[in-house]
Design a binder for this molecule. Sequence first.
Ligand code: AMP
Length: 190
Amino acid sequence: MINIVLFGPPGAGKGTQAEFLKVKFNLFHISTGDVFRFNIKNNTSLGLMAKSFIDKGDLVPDQVTIDMLNEVVRKNLDSNGFIFDGFPRTNNQALALDKLMEENNSTISAMIALEVDDKALIARLLERGKTSGRVDDSNEEIIQNRISEYYKKTAILKDFYMKKNRYFGVDGQGSIEHITNRLSSVIESL
Ligand code: AMP
């Protein structure tokens, strides 16, 4: 199995790139944000709970997110591997992911980070907000909060994977195609 954690701040392009990589490498794509939004759309109790955090740009509590992720992974263990997009976002989530992989005699092959500067992130998210219909893309204050959650709770995960020699950073600016090529080179080198 090839299991990739696609990493980077909100607006780095993880979702866009995951769409290409999942086809190219035949991987199962899990976006925790998408799973939450699906639940919100369908008015599930998970969706209702998550919405109160997501609309403010706060992270959803760890245990809820971890349980949800575990369930999706367990249902798709027959795949060639996974692209995790938007997970893990905290130290607890990274530990839970390691445990889940271990239980299935697998491992995280690489964390690949899309490096984009903050100014470009805000511009991209505001632009996306014009059509995404996402409350959390709709105003700069919420976007700032999402970026600040990233630096407070998520950015430390770079060290977590660096210590395991599994961290790879790529330039997340430029054309979509160039960025896909940069990511693909890393995956092909694993
Ligand atoms: P995303 O689509 O990845 O930008 O995620 C949108 C929102 O969903 C985030 O701002 C969080 O509120 C929530 N979310 C997604 N993934 C996670 C996660 N791994 N842990 C906690 N909250 C998450």
